[in-house]
Design a protein around this ligand. Sequence first.
Ligand SMILES: Nc1ncnc2c1ncn2[C@@H]1O[C@H](COP(=O)(O)OP(=O)(O)OP(=O)(O)O)[C@@H](O)[C@H]1O
Length: 402
Amino acid sequence: MHDGSGRIVVQGLTKQFGPVAAVQNLSFTVEPGSVTGFLGPNGAGKTTTLRMLLGLVTPTAGTALINGSPFDRLGNPGRVVGAVLEAQGFHPKRTARNHLRVYAAAIGVPDARADQVLQLVGLGAAGDRKAGEFSLGMKQRLALATALLGDPQILVLDEPANGLDPEGIAWLRSFLQSFARSGRTVLISSHLLAEVEQTVDQVVIISRGQTMFYGPLDNLRAQQQARVLVQPSDAGALVAALREQGVAGIEQLPDGRIAITGVEVQQVADVALKAGVSIYGIEEERADLERLFFQLTSGQYAGQDQYAAQGQFPPGQFPGQFPPGQGQFPGQQQGSGYYAPPPGYQQQGYQQPGYQQQPGYQQPGYQQPGYQQQQQQPNPYAPPGTGQQQPDNPYGQQQGGA
Ligand SMILES: Nc1ncnc2c1ncn2[C@@H]1O[C@H](COP(=O)(O)OP(=O)(O)OP(=O)(O)O)[C@@H](O)[C@H]1O
């Protein structure tokens, strides 16, 4: 049986598929009352981890526990954890309501629950429509409705925003936050930080099956180091003068400017003035969260040697559990009180090749093919006359807003 805590505890989780190390020594805890984002680029090992959590894949090593138990020892798991790994697999000819009734019977909940969960996910008016006619976003909602049938304490959703239009994403955000605020647990995966940034409280960022950061999103935000970008008349002289003052973290940019971290604009200007160096331009630049996320995960497709050479984290250095409430990077000294950016963050600069081209970064999930089509049709699940979808939300008051 389980302890009813609503906690997910992953400890030393590892999965090897032949030569592929899909997940390597992953450890994190998801607490009730929060939404945790499980983030990483394609192929990072997110789905494999969730599949191990849900008893669909056997770990090579380590444990993944829900309420203190492996999934297969939860008793009636549908009543404890609602999960969506893929918004597929609906019988195309079956109506949404009948689909839900089949699953309701399987986990022992009354038929009437089907209509309740349809309302919850904003599909109240689409219960008689066949699932095969649903758009991608509607399928996501139907999959979520299925996960909610057992009124679970924990939700585990793999890429739930995939296929949702902006309104749908805003609704999902509100729904998941309300669900969590009611004391329940939410774990959602995404390959785009921007897509879930406003939804999650805590993040687990993985790359190549390894933890790169684990902790509150606010702690990750606090890692965003500002740099001063300066265009001097004599770069060499300014760099020498800065070094004399003990300033480290100096980088020459390809455009001729110098980037300096850990200093104020005024400090750089004063040093330049003293050294007799003219300044043609100076500004403070703050790295955004998405760039930091990209920095953390950009080793994904590098070869092993190159990866290590870039000062990223070689396998096995992740120290395991972090103290509650503290976000840390693997390899970081605990208790130092100083949360440094990961090795390589400053040195690699902001000019990562491929950064601009990162697929989907600028318009995460908003250009799904199904979205355009759906816009041309009347909204099948809006209350009459409003044109707006207002599903019931029993978990809180935050409806439909963003
Ligand atoms: N059944 C399997 N057999 C062999 N390799 C697998 C299997 N499942 C996953 N992998 C490999 O494990 C690695 C992690 O895959 P996984 O699907 O867990 O990543 P992901 O982070 O969910 O990616 P995406 O965002 O693209 O869904 C990949 O290299 C993948 O090819």
